[in-house]
Design a protein around this ligand. Sequence first.
Ligand code: COA
Length: 128
Amino acid sequence: MPIALEVFDGAVAGSPDYIALGAEMAGTLAGWICWGPTPCTRGTFDLYWMAVDPALHGAGIGTALLAAMEQRLRGIARLIVVETAGRNDYAPTRAFYEARGYRATARVPDFYAPGDDLVVYTKALPAG
Ligand SMILES: CC(C)(COP(=O)(O)OP(=O)(O)OC[C@H]1O[C@@H](n2cnc3c(N)ncnc32)[C@H](O)[C@@H]1OP(=O)(O)O)[C@@H](O)C(=O)NCCC(=O)NCCS
């Protein structure tokens, strides 16, 4: 499937604190990813959000977006952090990150709501 990855021209564009990429298919935005340097850290970056058009889930777009972010962070980032939910309906999202080298390194019980935990995933990138 041909997809184009381009810097996302949105509200976050132009700020060094928020970098975003969009995946475009046939002239339509199919997914996007947004990341940035974590304040008060050296070499840690937050993956703030990523999402793919539900009609296109499972087609490799999320993998391409994640790989494109990691490629751009190589030599810049030491650690990537992503926060997601521990709820059952987020199990596919957690599996997505786990299969791509992200480890659940912290959990905050009842963070989003009673019974709705925060799970923090991290991935170390090689130096240089
Ligand atoms: C998580 C998400 C970004 C993955 O994008 P994607 O384009 O569907 O992912 P890919 O096609 O590249 O990869 C498919 C993998 O994701 C997993 N996956 C997660 N959610 C999925 C879904 N709804 N449908 C199909 N596969 C899904 C599959 O298990 C598959 O794993 P595998 O390749 O290791 O077997 C996407 O499903 C999504 O937008 N989910 C809703 C929003 C969300 O949870 N965002 C992250 C918030 S932190």
